[in-house]
Design a binder for this molecule. Sequence first.
Ligand code: FE2
Length: 124
Amino acid sequence: MAEKKQIYKCDICGNMVEVIDGGDGDLVCCGQNMALFEEKTEDQGKEKHVPVVEAVAEGIKVTVGSNPHPMEEDHFIQWIEAIDGEDTCRHYLKPGQDPQTLFKNLSPDVQVREFCNVHGLWKA
Ligand SMILES: [Fe+2]
């Protein structure tokens, strides 16, 4: 059973999907069930992933994480998103960019998640 805003990936082809509305069925790709990304919340080891949310004049600034996460070709933050009730605003990043973004007109009480291409899904 899939739930709204869950993120799934196909371990064979790499397709990644977000659930817009949940249903009773399993999500299947390449002939097998897709893998659910659990939202991780506690950093372990030296690389930090938990998003740090800071109120700024324009809205909120989100940085991944308490020590900036690497943004290398083979290991980087693919996107950062802010979930404000039903609405999701997602900013995509590329290697070489800073692991941070600005969401205008949002307050720090929104839910914030980010996705590392190696270490998966994290939330503040
Ligand atoms: Fe990572």
